[in-house]
Design a protein around this ligand. Structure first.
Ligand code: ADP
Ligand code: MG
Length: 278
């Protein structure tokens, strides 16, 4: 059995001057090829954890904090983690730095000193994978929000990664842009890359193999999405809400305890309704 790609135990981090730590004994493990959703109320430490996993902040301490074999407690380890872990942020602005889409996708590779031929081939591959070929000469400020996120993702993944962290990548997008970025994330998933997906959209949590819920800087749930949404008391305490399909099913059942698992996707909801003869 391989060691998990993300192997964190008892991670602590406090912002200077903060009254309480942002991460307070956090545990998280992510295996190769696994998709983990990270949820929790505002301020529970999701973004802080995302940045730490990507080697972008210095932990105060941990019993163990190893990412892709690199020790986050060590400066050299954090640098190496930055190479293996890609991160996509919420804000579609400020993530694109070059004059057009093609140059942006190439940017990270250029910094790593890839040879021109190899870089060109890799950029073409990414433009094709993220349906950006027709936008290659477009300036970032002329892109839609969804196109910006797709371009940023193509740039992040142009560098071969072992883990991808996504910090609410659809939160600032309109519904069309959201679908656009979700489709791109699904393709990445299909390729088997390990992902840590921070989201407040419970409809997106069903896509994950596992969901970890944070509360005040610690993981208070770690299990299957279905198990999380079966615990309505915890869902309520963390103010997570339910996937839209589950909301509909509960409303139809008159909010009675039906004893049946709540549907998490539209397909499951339709299946439930057809099966019940409704
Ligand atoms: N740059 C910062 N400086 C000081 N405190 C911060 C900073 N960023 C976040 N925090 C605090 O750290 C805690 C965790 O924040 P964050 O990781 O952004 O949570 P989340 O992403 O779950 O909303 C919160 O109490 C927040 O106010
Ligand atoms: Mg956040």
């Amino acid at each position: 059995m391989n060691a998990p790609l993300v192997d964190i135990e008892g991670l602590r981090f406090a912002y200077p001057g903060a009254a309480s730590p942002a991460l307070d004994g956090l545990d998280l493990q992510v295996a190769e090829g696994e998709a983990v959703a990270l949820v929790g109320p505002n301020g529970s430490g999701k973004s802080t954890l995302a940045r730490l996993i990507a080697g972008l902040a210095v932990p105060d301490g941990a019993r163990r904090a190893v990412v892709c074999g690199h020790d986050l407690l060590d400066a050299r380890g954090r640098l190496d983690a930055r190479r293996d872990v890609g991160i996509l942020f919420q804000d579609p602005e400020n993530q694109l730095v070059a004059e057009d889409v093609e140059a942006d996708v190439a940017f990270g590779l250029e910094n790593l000193g890839w040879a021109a031929e190899r870089m060109k081939a890799r950029v073409e591959e990414m433009l094709a994978a993220f349906s950006l070929e027709h936008l290659r000469e477009r300036a970032p400020h002329l892109l839609s929000g969804g196109q910006k996120q797709r371009t940023a993702l193509a740039g992040v993944l142009a560098i071969p990664r072992r883990v991808l962290v996504l910090d609410e990548p659809t939160a600032m997008l309109d519904p069309g842009g959201r679908e656009d970025v979700l489709a791109a994330v699904r393709r990445v998933r299909a390729d088997g890359l390990a992902t840590v997906y921070v989201t407040q959209e419970m409809g997106e949590v069903g896509l994950a193999d596992r969901v970890v819920a944070l509360e005040r800087g610690a993981a208070v749930f770690d299990g299957r999405p279905r198990e999380l949404f079966a615990d309505l008391a915890l869902v309520g305490r963390l103010q997570l809400g339910l996937p839209p399909a589950a909301e509909v099913a509960l409303a139809l059942a008159g909010r009675r305890e039906t004893g049946r698992a709540l549907p998490l996707t539209l397909d499951e909801l339709v299946g439930l309704l057809m099966g019940s003869g409704a």
